[in-house]
Design a protein around this ligand. Structure first.
Ligand SMILES: NC(=O)CC[C@H](N)C(=O)O
Length: 326
């Protein structure tokens, strides 16, 4: 179970939340309704949400407002959750729950209705990436000059949109796709749910790319940072309660510049475990955890936070310019 505060249409559809129950710390939820979640943009991506479905297993809020008002809302939050058969509860003392999670770390939880007992299973034991990844290769921004292969670990649609905006023809590939055999100008590894160390096939495929000394840049976001670091030989670990929300301060270790970033991760990379030739690129200014890595000589760099505009700041969007940082 996670604590989160961000706009709920994007948060609930972020595939990185697969298998998790979300509890929001903001006390009144629902009052801006839900946009048309089916509407597609010109690329065929969801216009107002981050994927085709609600991805969380459940939602807990303090006070729910069924009345809503927003320029693009078409239904209530309750209606949307019901349509997608995702359980949610209101009337929860989310402040108390937040304190419990702060003390104990993230906790396993289930929502059970009278007469409908359910088994509890630990989402952290599963390779959740395989559940949310595309099954076939999809192309966005066809004809654009820069061919980017994007490994779909559960990519948020806005990330694809921003890559296309920067002139990329994005080839979204399944998580276990062999990467060495593909031709590209840049390789991107997306955000995604669960424990990164369980995605062994992907880690091995990325390791092969790193060892091949291909000159093309490699860039990863969130899960993409973790997978790249694991492929390089570093170690990941479970954070006591994760870093989530849209006000996480991050320092660029190279320049000393600080950013306020949007984040959503429960695992971290141990910067000290980075092998020779690699350096931390970003560090969390609150708790000192790793926020990205770079290779010292090759164009490989990553961000643990979400350097994109939707649902948060725009000041780190520059990081998606492949030559913006490395
Ligand atoms: N947003 C993400 O990509 C999350 C990465 C990973 N599932 C974690 O929780 O750390």
């Amino acid at each position: 179970m996670w604590i989160y505060w961000l706009r709920y249409p994007e948060a609930l559809t972020d595939p990185s939340y697969r298998g998790q129950i979300l509890t929001l710390t903001y006390p009144i939820v629902g009052n801006y309704g839900v946009p048309n979640t089916q509407e597609l943009d010109e690329l065929g991506l969801r216009k107002h949400v981050e994927s085709a479905n609600i991805q969380v297993s459940g939602l807990l809020v303090q006070d729910y407002s069924n009345e809503y008002s927003h320029w693009n809302s078409v239904k209530s939050l309750g209606q949307w959750l019901q349509e997608e058969k995702v359980p949610a509860l209101f009337g929860i003392d989310t402040r108390m729950l937040t304190k419990i999670i702060r003390d104990k770390g993230t906790v396993l939880a289930k929502i059970e209705f009278d007469g409908q007992p359910i088994e509890i299973s630990d989402p952290n034991q599963k390779n959740l990436i395989a559940e949310v990844s595309t099954k076939e290769i999809k192309v966005f921004g066809k004809g654009n000059p820069i061919k980017v292969v994007a490994v779909d670990c559960g990519v948020k649609h806005n990330i694809i949109r921003l890559l296309v905006k920067r002139g990329a023809e994005v080839h979204l590939v399944p998580w276990d796709q062999d990467l060495l055999s593909l031709d590209y100008d840049g390789l991107f590894i997306s955000n995604g749910p669960g424990d990164p160390s369980l995605a062994e096939t992907l880690i091995n495929n990325v390791r092969k790319v790193l060892e091949s000394d291909r000159p093309q840049p490699v860039f990863g976001i969130c899960m993409g940072n973790q997978i790249t670091a694991l492929a390089a030989g570093a170690k990941s670990y479970k954070l006591p309660m994760g870093n989530r929300g849209q006000n996480q301060p991050v320092l660029n270790v190279m320049t000393g510049q600080a950013f306020i970033t949007a984040q959503n991760h429960g695992y971290g990379i141990d910067s000290k475990s980075l092998p020779a030739g690699w350096s931390p690129l970003f560090v969390n200014a609150n708790d000192g955890t790793n926020e990205g890595i770079m290779h010292n000589t090759k164009p490989v760099f990553t961000a643990q936070f979400h350097p994109e505009a939707k649902g948060g700041p725009t000041d780190t969007e520059v990081i998606k310019d492949f030559d913006g940082v490395a």
